[in-house]
Design a protein around this ligand. Sequence first.
Ligand code: FAD
Length: 324
Amino acid sequence: MSVLVFVEGLNGEIKKSSLEAATYGSQVAQQLGTTATAVAIGDVKEDALSRLGEQGIERVLYDGDERLNQFVANAYVTVISKAVAQENASVLVFSNSNIGAAIGAKLAVRLNGSLATNVTALPKTEGDSFIVTRGVFSGKAFADVALTGDLKIIAIKKNSIEITSGGGTATVDKLSAELTDADFSEKPKETVMQETDGVLLPEAAVVVSGGRGMKGPENWHLIEDLAKELGAATACSKPVSDMDWRPHHEHVGQTGITVSPNLYIAIGISGAIQHLAGVNSSKVIVVINKDPEAPFFKAADYGIVGDAFEVVPKLIEAAKALDK
Ligand code: FAD
Protein backbone atom coordinates (compact mmCIF):
# COMPACT_ATOMS: atom_id res chain seq x y z
CA MET A 1 0.00 0.00 0.00
CA SER A 2 1.37 3.44 -0.87
CA VAL A 3 0.37 6.89 -2.05
CA LEU A 4 1.29 7.93 -5.59
CA VAL A 5 1.27 11.57 -6.74
CA PHE A 6 1.26 12.53 -10.40
CA VAL A 7 3.22 15.78 -10.87
CA GLU A 8 3.20 18.03 -13.94
CA GLY A 9 6.20 19.92 -15.27
CA LEU A 10 6.44 23.27 -16.99
CA ASN A 11 9.68 24.54 -18.56
CA GLY A 12 11.69 21.98 -16.62
CA GLU A 13 10.19 22.84 -13.21
CA ILE A 14 7.32 21.31 -11.25
CA LYS A 15 4.11 23.31 -11.46
CA LYS A 16 2.98 25.00 -8.25
CA SER A 17 -0.32 23.10 -8.35
CA SER A 18 1.65 19.84 -8.44
CA LEU A 19 3.71 20.91 -5.42
CA GLU A 20 0.36 21.30 -3.66
CA ALA A 21 -0.59 17.77 -4.77
CA ALA A 22 2.79 16.45 -3.56
CA THR A 23 2.28 18.07 -0.16
CA TYR A 24 -1.22 16.62 0.04
CA GLY A 25 -0.03 13.16 -1.01
CA SER A 26 2.73 13.14 1.63
CA GLN A 27 0.28 14.17 4.32
CA VAL A 28 -2.14 11.41 3.29
CA ALA A 29 0.76 8.94 3.36
CA GLN A 30 1.60 10.03 6.91
CA GLN A 31 -2.04 9.60 7.90
CA LEU A 32 -2.03 6.06 6.48
CA GLY A 33 1.40 5.18 7.89
CA THR A 34 2.95 4.68 4.46
CA THR A 35 5.22 6.54 2.01
CA ALA A 36 4.52 8.85 -0.91
CA THR A 37 6.05 8.34 -4.35
CA ALA A 38 5.62 10.68 -7.30
CA VAL A 39 5.34 9.91 -10.99
CA ALA A 40 6.55 12.59 -13.41
CA ILE A 41 6.37 12.75 -17.18
CA GLY A 42 8.07 14.69 -19.94
CA ASP A 43 9.92 17.96 -19.68
CA VAL A 44 11.11 18.17 -16.03
CA LYS A 45 14.72 18.62 -14.85
CA GLU A 46 16.16 15.97 -12.57
CA ASP A 47 17.01 18.42 -9.77
CA ALA A 48 13.41 19.69 -9.80
CA LEU A 49 12.31 16.08 -9.30
CA SER A 50 14.75 15.56 -6.40
CA ARG A 51 13.47 18.72 -4.74
CA LEU A 52 10.06 17.05 -4.38
CA GLY A 53 11.67 15.61 -1.24
CA GLU A 54 10.96 19.00 0.31
CA GLN A 55 7.26 18.22 0.09
CA GLY A 56 7.85 14.80 1.68
CA ILE A 57 8.08 12.70 -1.50
CA GLU A 58 10.60 9.87 -1.00
CA ARG A 59 10.97 8.60 -4.55
CA VAL A 60 10.12 9.84 -8.02
CA LEU A 61 9.44 7.60 -11.02
CA TYR A 62 10.28 9.49 -14.16
CA ASP A 63 9.33 8.68 -17.73
CA GLY A 64 11.35 11.01 -19.96
CA ASP A 65 9.92 9.76 -23.29
CA GLU A 66 10.12 12.90 -25.45
CA ARG A 67 6.77 12.15 -27.04
CA LEU A 68 5.29 13.00 -23.63
CA ASN A 69 6.56 16.59 -23.67
CA GLN A 70 3.21 17.45 -25.21
CA PHE A 71 0.14 16.36 -23.31
CA VAL A 72 -1.53 13.26 -24.80
CA ALA A 73 -4.28 12.01 -22.47
CA ASN A 74 -4.15 8.27 -23.26
CA ALA A 75 -0.36 8.10 -23.10
CA TYR A 76 -0.31 9.93 -19.74
CA VAL A 77 -2.99 7.53 -18.44
CA THR A 78 -0.86 4.56 -19.51
CA VAL A 79 2.26 5.86 -17.75
CA ILE A 80 0.40 6.71 -14.54
CA SER A 81 -1.43 3.34 -14.61
CA LYS A 82 1.89 1.55 -14.91
CA ALA A 83 3.24 3.48 -11.89
CA VAL A 84 0.09 2.68 -9.87
CA ALA A 85 0.54 -1.05 -10.60
CA GLN A 86 4.29 -1.00 -9.91
CA GLU A 87 3.83 0.77 -6.56
CA ASN A 88 0.66 -1.12 -5.64
CA ALA A 89 -0.75 2.33 -4.85
CA SER A 90 -3.98 2.56 -2.89
CA VAL A 91 -4.27 6.36 -3.22
CA LEU A 92 -3.50 8.39 -6.36
CA VAL A 93 -3.30 12.19 -6.05
CA PHE A 94 -2.93 14.94 -8.66
CA SER A 95 -3.97 18.53 -9.26
CA ASN A 96 -7.40 19.34 -10.63
CA SER A 97 -5.62 21.24 -13.42
CA ASN A 98 -6.68 21.09 -17.07
CA ILE A 99 -4.51 17.99 -17.44
CA GLY A 100 -5.85 16.51 -14.18
CA ALA A 101 -9.42 17.12 -15.36
CA ALA A 102 -8.66 15.45 -18.71
CA ILE A 103 -7.18 12.26 -17.22
CA GLY A 104 -9.15 11.79 -13.96
CA ALA A 105 -12.14 9.94 -15.37
CA LYS A 106 -9.99 7.94 -17.80
CA LEU A 107 -7.76 6.77 -14.92
CA ALA A 108 -10.80 5.86 -12.80
CA VAL A 109 -12.15 3.69 -15.62
CA ARG A 110 -8.83 2.12 -16.58
CA LEU A 111 -7.86 1.32 -12.97
CA ASN A 112 -11.34 0.68 -11.59
CA GLY A 113 -10.77 3.37 -8.96
CA SER A 114 -13.16 5.75 -7.21
CA LEU A 115 -12.55 9.40 -8.11
CA ALA A 116 -13.21 12.68 -6.29
CA THR A 117 -12.34 15.94 -8.08
CA ASN A 118 -11.99 19.47 -6.70
CA VAL A 119 -10.93 18.15 -3.30
CA THR A 120 -10.14 20.84 -0.73
CA ALA A 121 -9.02 19.05 2.45
CA LEU A 122 -7.22 16.00 3.78
CA PRO A 123 -9.34 12.84 4.00
CA LYS A 124 -11.04 11.69 7.14
CA THR A 125 -9.99 8.10 7.59
CA GLU A 126 -11.45 5.76 10.17
CA GLY A 127 -11.36 2.02 9.82
CA ASP A 128 -12.18 1.34 6.18
CA SER A 129 -13.91 4.66 5.56
CA PHE A 130 -12.11 7.29 3.48
CA ILE A 131 -14.03 10.55 3.18
CA VAL A 132 -12.89 13.64 1.26
CA THR A 133 -14.42 17.11 1.05
CA ARG A 134 -14.92 18.55 -2.42
CA GLY A 135 -16.17 21.90 -3.66
CA VAL A 136 -19.45 21.73 -5.61
CA PHE A 137 -21.78 24.19 -7.39
CA SER A 138 -18.90 26.46 -8.48
CA GLY A 139 -17.53 26.58 -4.95
CA LYS A 140 -20.81 27.63 -3.35
CA ALA A 141 -21.02 24.45 -1.25
CA PHE A 142 -18.93 21.53 -0.06
CA ALA A 143 -19.79 17.85 -0.19
CA ASP A 144 -18.26 15.03 1.83
CA VAL A 145 -17.72 12.05 -0.47
CA ALA A 146 -16.77 8.50 0.56
CA LEU A 147 -14.20 6.90 -1.72
CA THR A 148 -14.35 3.13 -1.87
CA GLY A 149 -12.50 0.23 -3.48
CA ASP A 150 -8.81 -0.61 -3.74
CA LEU A 151 -7.76 2.63 -5.44
CA LYS A 152 -8.89 6.07 -4.30
CA ILE A 153 -8.18 8.85 -6.82
CA ILE A 154 -8.10 12.43 -5.58
CA ALA A 155 -7.81 15.57 -7.75
CA ILE A 156 -6.88 18.55 -5.57
CA LYS A 157 -8.43 21.95 -6.11
CA LYS A 158 -5.73 24.53 -6.84
CA ASN A 159 -4.68 26.82 -3.98
CA SER A 160 -6.48 24.77 -1.34
CA ILE A 161 -3.33 23.18 0.13
CA GLU A 162 -0.43 25.11 1.67
CA ILE A 163 2.85 23.86 0.12
CA THR A 164 5.27 22.55 2.75
CA SER A 165 9.02 22.59 2.40
CA GLY A 166 11.94 21.38 4.43
CA GLY A 167 11.85 17.63 3.83
CA GLY A 168 14.81 15.76 2.33
CA THR A 169 15.78 14.90 -1.22
CA ALA A 170 13.78 12.46 -3.30
CA THR A 171 15.55 9.70 -5.23
CA VAL A 172 14.74 9.63 -8.92
CA ASP A 173 14.23 6.30 -10.72
CA LYS A 174 13.53 5.76 -14.41
CA LEU A 175 10.15 4.42 -15.42
CA SER A 176 9.46 3.10 -18.87
CA ALA A 177 5.83 2.54 -19.70
CA GLU A 178 6.73 1.05 -23.12
CA LEU A 179 4.19 3.15 -24.91
CA THR A 180 2.80 1.98 -28.22
CA ASP A 181 1.31 3.87 -31.17
CA ALA A 182 -2.15 3.15 -29.73
CA ASP A 183 -1.30 5.40 -26.76
CA PHE A 184 -0.73 8.25 -29.20
CA SER A 185 -3.92 7.87 -31.22
CA GLU A 186 -4.73 11.53 -30.44
CA LYS A 187 -2.23 13.79 -32.13
CA PRO A 188 -1.87 17.28 -30.67
CA LYS A 189 -0.75 19.58 -33.47
CA GLU A 190 0.82 22.28 -31.36
CA THR A 191 0.93 23.45 -27.76
CA VAL A 192 0.52 27.21 -27.55
CA MET A 193 1.79 28.66 -24.29
CA GLN A 194 0.11 31.70 -22.84
CA GLU A 195 2.40 34.70 -23.18
CA THR A 196 2.99 36.30 -19.82
CA ASP A 197 5.56 38.51 -18.16
CA GLY A 198 4.95 36.85 -14.85
CA VAL A 199 2.38 34.62 -13.24
CA LEU A 200 0.18 32.19 -15.19
CA LEU A 201 -3.50 32.88 -14.47
CA PRO A 202 -4.62 29.30 -13.65
CA GLU A 203 -1.73 28.91 -11.18
CA ALA A 204 -1.90 32.36 -9.61
CA ALA A 205 -2.35 32.89 -5.87
CA VAL A 206 -3.37 36.52 -6.48
CA VAL A 207 -5.42 37.77 -9.44
CA VAL A 208 -6.16 41.37 -10.42
CA SER A 209 -9.11 41.50 -12.79
CA GLY A 210 -10.68 44.33 -14.76
CA GLY A 211 -14.12 44.83 -16.28
CA ARG A 212 -15.89 47.22 -18.59
CA GLY A 213 -15.62 49.87 -15.86
CA MET A 214 -11.97 50.28 -16.90
CA LYS A 215 -13.35 52.08 -20.00
CA GLY A 216 -10.74 50.88 -22.50
CA PRO A 217 -7.49 49.00 -23.13
CA GLU A 218 -5.50 52.24 -22.79
CA ASN A 219 -6.22 52.13 -19.04
CA TRP A 220 -5.03 48.56 -18.50
CA HIS A 221 -1.67 49.74 -17.22
CA LEU A 222 -3.49 50.29 -13.90
CA ILE A 223 -4.49 46.61 -13.73
CA GLU A 224 -1.01 45.53 -14.84
CA ASP A 225 0.85 47.82 -12.44
CA LEU A 226 -1.20 46.67 -9.47
CA ALA A 227 -0.73 43.03 -10.53
CA LYS A 228 3.04 43.57 -10.84
CA GLU A 229 3.28 45.06 -7.36
CA LEU A 230 1.29 42.17 -5.87
CA GLY A 231 2.99 39.39 -7.88
CA ALA A 232 -0.42 38.68 -9.37
CA ALA A 233 -1.80 37.45 -12.69
CA THR A 234 -4.20 39.64 -14.66
CA ALA A 235 -7.71 38.62 -15.72
CA CYS A 236 -10.84 40.23 -17.14
CA SER A 237 -14.59 39.89 -17.65
CA LYS A 238 -16.05 38.45 -20.85
CA PRO A 239 -17.07 41.71 -22.55
CA VAL A 240 -13.53 42.99 -22.10
CA SER A 241 -12.08 40.07 -24.07
CA ASP A 242 -15.00 40.14 -26.55
CA MET A 243 -14.07 43.76 -27.32
CA ASP A 244 -10.42 42.71 -27.74
CA TRP A 245 -9.27 44.95 -24.90
CA ARG A 246 -7.61 41.81 -23.50
CA PRO A 247 -6.77 38.32 -24.88
CA HIS A 248 -9.40 35.61 -24.51
CA HIS A 249 -7.26 33.45 -22.25
CA GLU A 250 -7.68 36.11 -19.53
CA HIS A 251 -11.46 35.87 -19.51
CA VAL A 252 -12.80 34.25 -16.34
CA GLY A 253 -16.29 32.99 -15.64
CA GLN A 254 -18.81 30.44 -16.79
CA THR A 255 -17.60 30.56 -20.39
CA GLY A 256 -13.99 31.36 -19.54
CA ILE A 257 -11.60 29.83 -17.08
CA THR A 258 -12.26 29.13 -13.42
CA VAL A 259 -9.78 30.51 -10.91
CA SER A 260 -9.50 29.91 -7.17
CA PRO A 261 -6.73 32.22 -5.96
CA ASN A 262 -6.13 33.27 -2.37
CA LEU A 263 -7.02 36.83 -3.39
CA TYR A 264 -9.19 38.01 -6.32
CA ILE A 265 -9.38 41.78 -6.85
CA ALA A 266 -12.25 42.77 -9.17
CA ILE A 267 -12.05 46.29 -10.57
CA GLY A 268 -14.97 47.81 -12.50
CA ILE A 269 -16.74 44.46 -12.82
CA SER A 270 -20.47 44.33 -12.04
CA GLY A 271 -20.51 40.75 -10.69
CA ALA A 272 -22.94 39.02 -13.05
CA ILE A 273 -23.62 35.38 -12.09
CA GLN A 274 -21.75 34.18 -15.17
CA HIS A 275 -18.63 36.01 -13.98
CA LEU A 276 -19.05 34.86 -10.36
CA ALA A 277 -19.27 31.23 -11.51
CA GLY A 278 -15.57 31.40 -12.39
CA VAL A 279 -14.27 33.24 -9.34
CA ASN A 280 -16.46 32.59 -6.32
CA SER A 281 -14.27 29.89 -4.87
CA SER A 282 -11.47 32.44 -4.41
CA LYS A 283 -10.47 32.60 -0.74
CA VAL A 284 -10.78 36.40 -0.43
CA ILE A 285 -12.60 38.66 -2.89
CA VAL A 286 -12.02 42.42 -2.98
CA VAL A 287 -14.38 44.49 -5.14
CA ILE A 288 -13.72 48.03 -6.36
CA ASN A 289 -16.77 49.57 -8.02
CA LYS A 290 -18.21 53.07 -8.12
CA ASP A 291 -21.79 51.76 -7.88
CA PRO A 292 -22.64 50.76 -4.27
CA GLU A 293 -25.47 48.59 -5.64
CA ALA A 294 -23.15 46.51 -7.88
CA PRO A 295 -24.05 42.82 -7.31
CA PHE A 296 -20.38 41.88 -6.85
CA PHE A 297 -20.39 43.52 -3.39
CA LYS A 298 -22.69 40.69 -2.16
CA ALA A 299 -19.96 38.15 -2.98
CA ALA A 300 -17.12 40.33 -1.66
CA ASP A 301 -15.13 39.93 1.55
CA TYR A 302 -13.95 43.53 1.25
CA GLY A 303 -15.45 46.27 -0.90
CA ILE A 304 -14.33 49.75 -1.92
CA VAL A 305 -17.05 52.00 -3.32
CA GLY A 306 -15.12 54.40 -5.48
CA ASP A 307 -13.82 55.36 -8.89
CA ALA A 308 -11.23 52.85 -10.10
CA PHE A 309 -9.18 55.68 -11.59
CA GLU A 310 -8.78 57.22 -8.14
CA VAL A 311 -8.62 54.05 -6.01
CA VAL A 312 -6.25 51.87 -8.06
CA PRO A 313 -3.35 54.40 -8.29
CA LYS A 314 -3.55 54.73 -4.49
CA LEU A 315 -3.42 50.95 -4.10
CA ILE A 316 -0.39 50.79 -6.39
CA GLU A 317 1.38 53.45 -4.31
CA ALA A 318 0.47 51.63 -1.09
CA ALA A 319 1.77 48.32 -2.49
CA LYS A 320 5.01 50.03 -3.59
CA ALA A 321 5.43 51.52 -0.11
CA LEU A 322 5.00 48.05 1.43
CA ASP A 323 7.84 46.78 -0.77
CA LYS A 324 10.27 49.40 0.52
P1 FAD B 1 -20.59 45.71 -16.88
O1 FAD B 1 -21.72 44.83 -16.55
O2 FAD B 1 -20.81 46.78 -17.88
O3 FAD B 1 -20.11 46.35 -15.51
C1 FAD B 1 -19.14 47.36 -15.40
C2 FAD B 1 -19.04 47.72 -13.94
O4 FAD B 1 -18.06 48.71 -13.80
C3 FAD B 1 -20.35 48.33 -13.36
O5 FAD B 1 -20.69 47.63 -12.17
C4 FAD B 1 -19.98 49.78 -13.06
O6 FAD B 1 -20.62 50.26 -11.90
C5 FAD B 1 -18.50 49.67 -12.86
N1 FAD B 1 -17.78 50.91 -13.16
C6 FAD B 1 -17.96 51.76 -14.23
N2 FAD B 1 -17.07 52.75 -14.19
C7 FAD B 1 -16.32 52.56 -13.08
C8 FAD B 1 -15.25 53.25 -12.49
N3 FAD B 1 -14.75 54.37 -13.04
N4 FAD B 1 -14.73 52.78 -11.34
C9 FAD B 1 -15.21 51.67 -10.76
N5 FAD B 1 -16.22 50.96 -11.28
C10 FAD B 1 -16.77 51.40 -12.42
N6 FAD B 1 -19.22 37.36 -18.18
C11 FAD B 1 -18.02 37.06 -17.64
O7 FAD B 1 -17.33 37.94 -17.10
N7 FAD B 1 -17.52 35.80 -17.77
C12 FAD B 1 -18.21 34.79 -18.36
O8 FAD B 1 -17.71 33.66 -18.43
C13 FAD B 1 -19.49 35.09 -18.92
N8 FAD B 1 -20.21 34.13 -19.51
C14 FAD B 1 -21.47 34.43 -19.98
C15 FAD B 1 -22.27 33.41 -20.52
C16 FAD B 1 -23.53 33.70 -20.95
C17 FAD B 1 -24.37 32.58 -21.55
C18 FAD B 1 -24.03 35.00 -20.86
C19 FAD B 1 -25.43 35.32 -21.33
C20 FAD B 1 -23.26 36.02 -20.34
C21 FAD B 1 -21.97 35.75 -19.90
N9 FAD B 1 -21.16 36.75 -19.35
C22 FAD B 1 -19.96 36.42 -18.81
C23 FAD B 1 -21.55 38.16 -19.38
C24 FAD B 1 -22.14 38.64 -18.06
O9 FAD B 1 -23.52 38.36 -18.02
C25 FAD B 1 -21.93 40.15 -17.89
O10 FAD B 1 -22.52 40.81 -18.97
C26 FAD B 1 -20.46 40.54 -17.79
O11 FAD B 1 -19.81 39.79 -16.81
C27 FAD B 1 -20.36 42.03 -17.47
O12 FAD B 1 -19.03 42.43 -17.55
P2 FAD B 1 -18.53 43.70 -16.72
O13 FAD B 1 -18.89 43.52 -15.29
O14 FAD B 1 -17.11 43.92 -17.08
O15 FAD B 1 -19.33 44.89 -17.38
